[in-house]
Ligand binder design. Structure first.
Ligand code: DGY
Length: 326
């Protein structure tokens, strides 16, 4: 029987995944309930075959170099902007992610934020908790209508499309911008109309961001783009924080350039742009997009499978740098 591969895991994962990893590998892992620092990851990868890491771990060339036996880097996330994929590719190390399994859960979160921001749920909750509420009032916490409003989607991949499907129940008009326009059949099936990004920003009551983070999408939404939006519009971000220039967003929310924001991700997590903490018109979640027991378990199992396959020298199922096999 072949020896079990050695895997280093940077943070504890759901129980089912832990059982798979403990059964099928010689596992070493972060013993703490906190992020590891760079040196700790370097020490962890030195003699292992596989690294199973998180979106909070910055995996750069120095870490890859320290893992001289590394046969795979498996990310516990669909996004992989935390990994220097070019460096891994140069070193012929396969990098994997967890696509598909978190699509619906993340789309649900975008909707949770959209509804909370539109209907001022978090503000209302804070008000009730202060025990200041004196009873129903005709002018209290009036928000914006969701039903019949225009939803703008920036990035119409898997998650963007799942958000669109949910909009049908709210009779929304949906317009989108995507780097590549969908076919007329796909647009028809989804009930969406394409528009240039500026047009999407101008016409939408709600704008939801669903692009991957890369050089082209960093600060895709800045002061100039926010200025195009309606003063009543609400922006939702469940993608990656740096897609929005957070300083510009805070100014736009403070000055009433836009109406509200629903954010699950931040430019410098876990730090927030200082003014953001004080804004009543921002609903702030701590990066919960994929955080259900079912989804995190599926992500964990998928990442473990990717990692184990890479350690065995097989082509892992969810490879993001297929060019290493060319
Ligand atoms: C991902 O997988 O990229 C998500 O942000 C995790 O919640």
């Amino acid at each position: 029987m072949a020896a079990k591969p050695k895997i280093f895991l940077t943070r504890e994962l759901p129980p089912e995944t832990m059982a798979i990893l403990r059964d099928q590998s010689v596992l070493t892992m972060n013993p703490h309930d906190r992020y590891l620092d760079k040196q700790e990851i370097i020490d962890g990868v030195r003699k292992v075959d596989g690294l199973l890491c998180l979106l909070t771990d910055t995996i750069d060339d120095e870490i890859l170099a320290a893992g001289s036996n590394l046969k795979v880097v498996a990310n516990f996330a669909v996004g992989f902007n935390n990994i220097d994929v070019s460096a891994a590719t140069r070193r012929k190390i396969p990098v994997t992610n967890t696509p598909g399994v978190l699509t619906d859960t993340t789309a649900d979160m975008a909707w949770a934020l959209l509804l909370a921001a539109a209907r001022r749920v978090a503000e209302g909750d804070r008000f009730v908790r202060t025990r200041a509420w004196q009873g129903w009032g005709p002018l209290q916490y009036m928000g914006g209508d969701v039903t019949g409003a225009t939803l703008g989607i920036i990035g119409l991949g898997r998650i963007g499309q799942a958000v669109v499907r949910r909009a049908r129940g709210f009779d929304m008009k949906v317009i989108y911008w995507n780097r590549t326009r969908l076919s007329p059949e796909q647009e028809n099936e989804l009930g969406v109309a394409y528009a240039e990004m500026d047009e999407v920003l101008r016409r939408s009551d709600f704008v939801s961001l669903h692009v991957a983070l890369n050089d082209e999408t960093t600060h895709l939404i800045g002061a100039q783009q926010l200025a195009l939006m309606k003063p009543t519009a609400c922006i939702i971000n469940t993608a990656r924080g740096p897609v929005i220039d957070e300083k510009a967003l805070v100014s736009a929310l403070q000055e009433g350039t836009i109406g509200a924001a629903g954010l699950d991700v931040y430019e410098h997590e876990p730090e927030l742009e200082p003014g953001l903490y004080d804004l009543e018109n921002a609903v702030l979640a701590p990066h919960l997009g994929s955080a259900t027991i079912g989804t995190r378990t599926k992500m964990g199992n998928m990442a473990a499978e990717n990692c184990l396959a890479g350690c065995r020298g097989e082509r892992p199922p969810n490879l993001v740098n297929p060019e290493i096999y060319e």
